[in-house]
Design a binder for this molecule. Structure first.
Ligand code: DAH
Length: 341
């Protein structure tokens, strides 16, 4: 038995020395000191010893157990310490690593052209005016010489808030003209960018919400020549001085005479293509000399003053500016699209 105990001691201490994880250490403990362990098994045989041998062996067995327990404990401490050191080492921050780059957004193409247009007009002495998107039919239509019953006021086309068709989401930025003429002293030179709303189904060229930039100039001696000069300046600054414009007669209730302004197709330069539907020209805006009835309705002396006004579709402006063929791309906010501008 003495031999067995000594061998067990040597063997177990050697195993403990070699154990390199806490788990390995635990299984060594179980192997020798557990209920079914080897040392426990030897101790169970004590009964068969002579009364003289028993205390001697008992003492030896106790020494072996103590030695084993001690070795296990100090090895456990050493391994735990090593594990902690490794963890700290692994988690150490490398302050010399270069930082992770993060993406910076930029201005939406629509906002970009609106800002460009603002800059151009401010350079020509205009100021920026604002008006409400929830508007009175009176400002959106009536005072723009568009009386009740006019087809533009149809419920099919306009978002009304009430049954009497008095309050609506503005269908154009033109009501800002009336609000400005009512409140600002003459002469007037303003633009007013903003959202407008119409009951349109979404497709490549329509959206129930889009943007316009309204313009209004009222002063003594304003002529159609001023209108042409101002709008040509806008087009040339936006699209380059070689861009050709075409002023085409049209009708708007609040201007007389009225026109639409086309620019030569940016794609085919007038030859006719898919983008301009074979026309060679693309419509950019509506404009005209402010109707005397509109001026008069705002208390402006039409003998002394005249003016011109215009309304540009901002989405169209952006589409021509950046060669975008589908309006929906501007509203979907897909970063893969927006990153290109
Ligand atoms: N409000 C018009 C529209 O939405 C555009 C327009 C045309 C505005 C002529 C004007 C103008 O100020 O004089 O179609």
């Amino acid at each position: 038995m003495e031999n067995k105990l000594r061998q067990l001691k040597d063997r177990s201490l050697q195993e403990i020395c070699q154990a390199d994880t806490l788990e390995a250490l635990e299984s060594i403990r179980v192997k020798y000191l557990g209920k079914k362990g080897e040392l426990t098994a030897i101790l169970k045989q004590m009964g068969s010893l002579s009364p003289e041998e028993r205390p001697v062996m008992g003492q030896l067995a106790n020494q072996v157990r103590e030695a084993l327990t001690e070795a296990l404990e100090s090895s456990r401490k050493a391994l735990a310490e090593k594990a902690l050191e490794k963890k700290l080492e692994d988690e150490r921050e490398d302050v010399t690593l270069p930082g992770r780059p993060f993406t910076v957004g930029h201005t939406h193409p629509l906002t970009k052209v609106i800002s460009e247009a603002k800059e151009i007009f401010i350079g020509m002495g205009f100021t920026i005016a604002e008006g409400p998107e929830v508007e009175l039919a009176d400002y959106n239509f009536t005072r723009l010489n568009t009386a009740a019953g006019h087809p533009a006021r149809d419920r099919q086309d306009t978002f009304y808030f009430d049954d009497d068709d008095q309050v609506l989401l503005r269908t154009q930025t033109s009501p800002v003209q009336v609000r400005v003429m009512e409140t600002q002293p003459l002469p007037i030179r303003i633009i007013s960018p903003g959202r407008v709303y119409r009951k349109d189904e979404v497709d490549a060229t329509h959206s129930p919400m889009f943007h316009q930039i309204e313009g209004l100039v009222v002063d003594e001696g304003i002529t159609f020549g001023d209108l042409k000069g101002t709008l040509n300046e806008l087009v040339w600054r936006l699209y380059g001085p070689e861009t050709k414009t075409r002023f085409r007669p049209h009708h708007f209730p609040f201007t007389e005479p009225s026109c639409e302004v086309d620019i030569q197709c940016f794609e085919c330069h007038g030859a006719g293509c898919r983008v301009c539907k074979g026309e060679g020209w693309i419509e950019l805006l509506g404009a005209g000399m402010v109707h005397p009835k509109v001026l008069d309705g705002c208390g402006i002396d039409t003998e002394k003053y005249s003016g011109f006004a215009f309304g540009v579709g901002a989405e169209r402006m952006a589409m021509f500016r950046f060669g975008i063929s589908d309006l929906r791309l501007l509203f979907e906010n897909d970063a893969r699209f927006l990153e290109q501008f």
